[in-house]
Design a binder for this molecule. Structure first.
Ligand code: SAM
Length: 245
């Protein structure tokens, strides 16, 4: 899968992608990426920002270099096999579900905004989806693009060492993950729950499911409301709250 980042700050992207899981995925040719800087498409030594029509504070990323950067991208990548995403606080809220759907694409192009954003005509002409990573405003689209990229790439087969770990994570079954522990079994901060030490897989699965249901009920009622609980799950949830008291 190929990712293109259109950004005024390519080094932010390169330094993040040159570490850890992503670095290994690139070395294994599971993913590839390129950065394109709209500044390289300026006619002369002009500025890359421009005033907003109608007045008001702030500037926009200049339209024509951005358009040229996108046209150049699509002269090398088939647009019909690509998804172009503009990172924006006005966008659709990003979710695990969206990341899984985007992992099926061949090419993803991220447009990282700066200043007050980009010209609406660029969005209308090139962008397939606007994505927000949360209800707050950041200074640029690079960090949101990296967040979206990271979540997508984890879904690509082979990127994580153990693909099975995907099924166990938060949101995979619409629930938050259970608590996890590592050695030592006893420390001054407390002990590992006895169910996890039992060696009984059914008991471990039951404890984990109970924790997933309980923690989701405590922290994210909205997620739980989307799920139809079985009678066994309802009992586990009751047990979770009984044990809290
Ligand atoms: N004027 C814009 C608004 O009020 O919606 C905010 C522009 S912001 C200062 C600059 C850039 O950061 C945006 O063009 C966008 O690419 C990125 N950005 C900021 N917050 C974001 C968020 N929550 N999700 C995704 N992208 C964001």
């Amino acid at each position: 899968m190929n990712f293109t980042f259109i950004t005024l700050f390519p080094e932010i992207i390169k330094s993040a992608l040159n570490e850890s899981i992503t670095k290994r995925a690139i070395e294994k040719s599971l993913i590839s990426f390129q950065t394109i800087d709209p500044k390289d498409y300026l006619e002369s030594k002009e500025r890359i920002d421009d005033k907003v029509y109608g007045g008001g504070p702030g500037m926009l990323l200049k339209s024509e270099p951005l358009m040229k950067a996108l046209d150049d991208t699509f002269s090398k990548i088939d647009r019909s096999e690509s998804k172009t995403i503009y990172l924006s606080p006005k966008g659709n809220p990003f979710s695990q579900e969206t990341s899984e759907a985007l992992a099926l694409e061949k090419n993803i192009i991220f447009i990282c905004g700066r200043y007050e954003g980009i010209d609406q005509r660029i969005i209308d002409h090139y962008v397939d989806d606007e994505i927000s990573i949360g209800d707050y405003v950041l200074s640029g689209g690079e960090l949101p693009a990296l967040v979206v990229f990271d979540a997508i790439s984890r879904n690509i087969k082979g990127v994580l060492g153990d693909d099975a770990s995907l099924d166990q994570e938060s949101f995979s079954a619409g629930l938050l993950e259970y608590p996890q522990y590592t050695r030592p079994e006893k420390m001054k901060l407390g002990e590992v729950p006895k169910e996890l030490l039992s060696g009984n897989h059914a008991a471990i699965d039951k404890w984990r499911k109970k924790q997933m249901l309980g923690i989701t009920a405590l922290r994210r009622k909205d997620l739980l409301e989307k799920i139809k609980l079985s009678s066994e799950e309802k009992t586990l949830l009751e047990e979770f709250f009984d044990e809290l008291e």
